[in-house]
Design a protein around this ligand. Structure first.
Ligand code: G4P
Ligand code: NA
Ligand code: NA
Length: 189
């Protein structure tokens, strides 16, 4: 997606050879017009899948997921990372290990909102090592739902997540895939 690549080139900050900061439009401040375009593109790519629900993880996946779900005219559900006061029953849970942060955490989705009748589109902001997406896929499978595809805003092609998910036979569409990056240059696939 050309518009997204230009935004990454203009505003992205390469913090190390593996970490890209995109706080100006995706991970802290959010650019709503860009999110609308991202949603349109994911909706176009997955239109024929007959998706019944978009599923993501809080917090940075929510903006692109909502715009996608708006276009597909389906609800969006976000997996929670923290225990909720009200969400305590009928939960599907999965453990996620973050290589970046070197900590394990748990994500949870209510069985009220993802069921065996659902054909799900999974959306996230970044695909790095793929552990978060594997956790989300685990939850969707526990619910008996099927996976129509995975939509990623920024895939870091030099990390293993893309291969891990695609090797499972799941269709992954990333709007920007970074082959390599340094403080003064980002190369897209
Ligand atoms: P993994 O699931 O692919 O193994 O991801 P990893 O543990 O490496 O990443 C943990 C968090 O860091 C995730 O967000 C992920 O989106 C984000 N992340 C990974 N690589 C990058 C990067 O290069 N740049 C940025 N900006 N983020 C990256 P999170 O902690 O769950 O946070 P959020 O969704 O609340 O923002
Ligand atoms: Na994320
Ligand atoms: Na993030």
């Amino acid at each position: 997606m050309q518009l997204l690549k230009e935004k990454i080139e203009q505003e992205g900050k390469v913090l190390s050879e593996k970490v890209l900061k995109v706080d100006t439009f995706l991970n802290h401040q959010i650019d709503p017009k860009l999110m609308v375009e991202i949603g349109k593109e994911f909706a176009r790519l997955f239109r024929e899948e007959n998706i019944t629900k978009v599923v993501t993880i809080e917090s940075s996946g929510i903006a692109p997921a909502v715009m996608t779900a708006l276009k597909l005219e389906v609800p969006v559900v976000f997996a929670r990372k923290h225990q909720s006061l009200t969400l305590t029953e009928n939960l599907y849970r999965s453990k996620v290990y973050s290589f970046t942060k070197q900590v394990s955490s748990e994500i949870a989705v209510s069985g009220d909102f993802v069921t065996a009748d659902d054909h799900v589109l999974l959306i996230d902001d970044f695909l790095a090592n793929g552990q978060a997406m594997l956790g989300l896929m685990d939850i969707v499978e526990q619910a008996g739902a099927t996976i129509g595809g995975v939509g990623i805003v920024i895939e870091k092609g030099f990390q293993e997540g893309g291969a891990v998910i695609r090797d499972k036979g799941v269709r992954v569409e990333s709007l920007a895939i970074i082959d390599n990056m340094s403080p003064d240059h980002i190369t897209f696939q």
